[in-house]
Design a protein around this ligand. Sequence first.
Ligand code: PMV
Length: 359
Amino acid sequence: MNTANFIPNILEYSLEKATYKWQTPSNIALVKYWGKSDPQIPKNASISFTLNNCHTTTQIEFIKIESTEIPLFELFFEGKKKDDFKPKIATFFDRIKKYCPYLLEYKMIIHSENSFPHSSGIASSASGMSAIAMCLIHLEKELTLNTDDAFLKQKASFLSRLGSGSASRSVEGPIVVWGKHPEIVGSSDLYGVKFPYPIAPIFQDFQDTILLVDKGEKQVSSTVGHNLMIDHPYAENRFKQANENLSILSKILQEGAIEEFIKLVESEALTLHAMMLTSQPYFILMKPKTLEIINEIWKYRSETKSNVCFTLDAGANVHLLYPKKEKESIAVFIQEKLSQYCQNNQYINDYSGLGSSKI
Ligand code: PMV
């Protein structure tokens, strides 16, 4: 599949008005994407759990206008006009207009809201960009009369990727791979694909409690972070290691090898942060409480033989990952031990979900 396949054929703009509303979730990477080349092509393949409760709901009203040169839109976030979010969306529309020529034929009124607090340190670009992409693709479906849902999902992921790389992994669930990988059938640098093999029972309905350590704005944007991998002394080894880790994780997920899962996933999280620690300029996104939590998890695991583990995003929050059957005991562990390290004792219980849904 090459990019030309995503340029739609003849479109009829007889539709005067249409409204679509979609909800798409965030995702948490197990093998991390960190480093890219233009246009949003990942340096290595990555894999994530699609989440369920952390999501963005977006409604777009399309109103037919005379053709314009630049996409016209108004943006409301949680009911209020949000002009400071507009440049990011405008860049996204500019990047995808070649694949969505209808963006120049309609004015868009966008209403968006997140299920999680905006300044929670949870990246909203994955859920936000994919929710917009789902609305666009449903307009396209109506304009082209294309009913090939597999293609439409693939294109929604392709468009999402051009908004934010990790957003390509939010269209479907429960586990998605993005980036070409020899052992993942159908994988591509252009869009995410559902993990194509059977998932062992222990990894079904996997739980993710997000411990909100630092709810501030990101200190380093992911764009800056990805760019710091360009001349990074360890970059080539890191990209190779990530692809190897994905091969190993693919087997782990099929075989249900939970102990191997824990080792690999925690190592991936720490390696992501090690890349940040060793870039020029270098930076630290973990906070003292991030480390306190990690030590508590390791202590708890050695005392109880639990299968809980952690992963990290590009921030200080800790994602606590565990099998569903440990839900009750981990709830007590969080309540008694971990919540004290969270800002205002806040955390969000989530689990692996199935991706985008129509509202
Ligand atoms: O999608 P971006 O450009 O915000 O990059 C996300 C990178 C990580 O969240 C750190 C890792 C990942 O694979 O999601």
